[in-house]
Design a protein around this ligand. Structure first.
Ligand SMILES: Nc1ncnc2c1ncn2[C@@H]1O[C@H](COP(=O)(O)OP(=O)(O)OP(=O)(O)O)[C@@H](O)[C@H]1O
Ligand SMILES: [Mg+2]
Length: 468
């Protein structure tokens, strides 16, 4: 098939097709694209993309994004203005274009937003009719996370998870470090469910939440009379028998208690507070810290002997801002997860939102992203746009800032509009009557005095020279 007949076929499609070269110049633009964007393909061909769409920039255009990153964008919506200033909203699939293995440009397939939204509804509906047991299956699954639940494509994460998997069945202790919300508990639970202890208990205790004396009683248990009011109660070591005990924020545990914990790890035995007898325990210990361990050690927050005992395998989860390649994947994951949770259809993601989320630093890491997407899914109709972002992120949306700036200049209040209209009518009447106030007031249907009064409040310069 030659190039001309291929182009004729592409012209018959309902979908818009737009192809640009490496410089962002249009090399193909079909008729449907012209209909969607309100342009004549002849005017677009050979032109620079950004010249035709002045509201877009290299940072905000989906085609430029793909030219720069070579990453495809799938089902991303975009709102922009055509050269006549008309607002276009479309849903695009944008891909890098390779010819014989060489990267030569990018192409975009664009669909009418309303039609895609209708189709999405239908697909969601059909899926729920075809697979009604899906939700029940999810409920039956263990309530703990497994490695399969951890969404990532980051090289450093994948290497780390592979190591954690290998360690899972050995029973060794693992120290998991990472900023808040990076998934430490998820990894801890996954180690548990991947190990031979999966059927045993998994218990997590935050060491920062309690004073040392209380924490000791909780971990080791007490016997009646060991102190006033004490009762016979097993501690968490005993309760986690045959399973896993996760000690969160271990660097907040007092140094004395850390010494006792070290003894438990070395001897495999515990003694309840006030008891003389010792009990054998079979518990795997996992621990977490929010700070890098070198820092905790330098500050004297972790005993080095305990550190070497529990840090058989150190697992340092990178913050989300250092694995930006995960952001898009996690967004898609949470869009589906939250839509399912709230029984809504998955909204289309606006490109400005995607850019804002990719540029954010995520101090709260994956947890913060999950909350942002959940709120967006709950509030969005069909499209998750900038308005559905929390205020602190809306302020960072680059296109919005620009649009707001423009709106300020072009949007007038009703009163301003009426005044402008009045001024214009007065000017026309004065021009027609060559500045004769009596005739002009007759034409305008108002008294001469009123016209004089109005002229006083109008900027005289505008009509200067026209009044007699
Ligand atoms: N890679 C991931 N894939 C999917 N969900 C994730 C991922 N990482 C984290 N999450 C989700 O983010 C939330 C926070 O994760 P988690 O509780 O494991 O973090 P954490 O590091 O223990 O945080 P904190 O230090 O505040 O206790 C959870 O809801 C978890 O399901
Ligand atoms: Mg945690």
């Amino acid at each position: 098939m030659n190039e001309v007949s291929l182009m004729m076929i592409l012209d018959q499609l309902d979908e818009g097709v737009h192809v640009v070269d490496l410089e962002g110049n249009t090399i193909y633009y079909n008729r449907a694209m012209g209909r969607i964007e309100g342009l004549d393909p002849k005017d677009v061909l050979g032109q620079s993309l950004l010249r035709n769409f002045p509201s877009l920039s290299k940072e905000t255009s989906t085609l430029w994004y793909v030219l720069q990153t070579r990453n495809p964008l799938v089902q991303v919506s975009q709102t922009y203005l055509n050269p006549r200033g008309e607002k276009i909203t479309s849903v695009n699939n944008t891909y890098p274009l390779y010819v014989q293995g060489e990267f030569v440009g990018a192409f975009e397939v664009t669909r009418d937003l309303s039609r895609v939204a209708r189709l999405t509804e239908q697909v969601v509906q059909l899926q729920s009719e075809l697979h009604p047991p899906l939700r029940n299956q999810a409920k039956k699954k263990s309530s703990f996370y497994s490695f399969d639940d951890i969404v990532t494509q980051s090289e450093s994460m994948l290497v780390l998870l592979a190591k954690a998997k290998r360690a899972a069945n050995t029973g060794i202790s693992v120290l998991i470090t990472g900023e808040t919300g990076t998934g430490k508990e998820m990894v801890a639970q996954s180690i548990h469910t991947y190990s031979s202890r999966a059927d045993g208990p998994f218990i997590a205790q935050n060491c920062a939440a309690l004073p040392e004396s209380l924490l000791e009683g909780i971990l080791f248990g007490t016997v009646r009379g060991s102190f006033t009011g004490a009762v016979d109660r097993p501690g968490l070591f005993e309760q986690a028998q045959g399973g896993t005990l996760l000690l969160d924020e271990i660097d907040s545990m007092g140094l004395n208690l850390q010494a006792k914990l070290l003894r438990v790890l070395q001897e495999g035995r515990i003694r309840r507070l006030g008891d003389l007898r010792e009990k054998e325990i079979d518990v795997r210990i996992l621990a977490t810290t929010n700070k890098p361990t070198e820092e905790s050690i330098r500050q004297g927050l972790i005993r080095t002997d305990l550190y070497y005992r529990i840090n058989v395998l150190e697992t340092a989860l990178p913050p989300l801002r250092e694995r930006k390649e995960d952001i898009e994947l996690l967004i898609q994951h949470f869009l589906r997860q939250m839509a399912d949770k709230h029984q809504r259809s998955v909204p289309t993601l606006n490109f400005d939102v995607l850019l804002t989320l990719k540029n954010h630093d995520w101090p709260g890491n994956v947890r913060e992203l999950a909350h942002v997407i959940e709120a967006g899914v709950v509030m969005a109709e069909q499209e998750f746009g900038v308005n559905e972002l929390p205020n602190y992120l809306q302020a960072k949306a680059p296109t919005l800032k620009r649009r707001k700036g423009k709106e300020k200049k072009s949007t007038l209040t009703l009163q301003e509009c009426l005044r402008e209209l009045e001024e214009r009518m007065i000017r026309v009447a004065l021009e027609k009557t060559e500045g004769n106030l009596t005739k002009a007031s007759e034409q305008l249907g108002i008294s001469r005095q009123l016209l004089q009064y109005k002229l006083r409040s109008i900027d005289y310069k505008k009509i200067q020279g026209g009044i007699k």
